[in-house]
Design a protein around this ligand. Structure first.
Ligand SMILES: CC(C)(COP(=O)(O)OP(=O)(O)OC[C@H]1O[C@@H](n2cnc3c(N)ncnc32)[C@H](O)[C@@H]1OP(=O)(O)O)[C@@H](O)C(=O)NCCC(=O)NCCS
Length: 149
């Protein structure tokens, strides 16, 4: 897929995988509440097999998100973050706009995501609580990255 770039003030959102700073992404995710302890090789694989959106100030990566999709019916949004020093200036909203408008992600029947506390961010882009939570199932293994005893 041809990479796309979007400009926002001095920042760029890019889907060019080769621009990503995998050290920054791994450092953030391995300390996050949802993927704590995630190994570097797992982050690498997750990047290699997703449509990734990097947020950059010049060449420095300051934010990230990735979408897992069949580009036809379904997409799952994951690993959204903006580095702390860059928060509160609209970057996550711009990143979300780039994601939901991406040409390969149009006409999907369903998008899903999981969030601890950022519901109102995603609500701005059409996400709602599950209409029929009883119709959804999951396999969730939050201990998957914990060292085995
Ligand atoms: C959530 C996060 C991506 C927001 O980034 P940001 O660039 O500061 O966000 P923006 O400046 O674009 O504004 C976010 C908007 O969503 C709202 N919001 C909702 N939940 C929020 C949350 N948990 N944190 C920050 N903003 C939140 C803000 O109030 C703001 O709305 P407003 O414009 O009406 O005031 C950032 O705080 C972050 O990386 N947090 C740590 C990682 C995380 O929790 N990621 C989400 C996992 S689902």
């Amino acid at each position: 897929m041809r990479p796309i770039e979007y400009q926002y003030d001095d920042f760029i959102v890019s889907t060019d995988c080769s621009r990503l700073d995998r050290d920054v992404i791994h450092r953030f995710l391995t300390n996050s509440y949802w993927a704590g302890g995630i190994p570097r090789d797992v982050v690498d694989r997750s990047i290699d097999n997703a449509l990734c959106f990097g947020v950059f100030e010049k060449s420095n990566q300051v934010g990230f998100a990735r979408v897992i999709s069949d580009y036809a019916t379904f997409a799952y949004l994951a690993d959204v973050f903006i580095l702390e020093a860059y928060r509160g200036r609209g970057l996550a909203k711009f990143l979300m706009e780039c994601i939901v408008r991406h040409p390969q992600l149009q006409g999907l029947r369903r998008w899903t995501l999981a969030t601890g506390d950022a519901h109102s961010l995603y609500a701005k882009f059409g996400f709602t609580a599950l209409h029929r939570p009883e119709g959804f199932m999951e396999i969730h293994n939050p201990e998957v990255y914990k060292p085995k005893p």
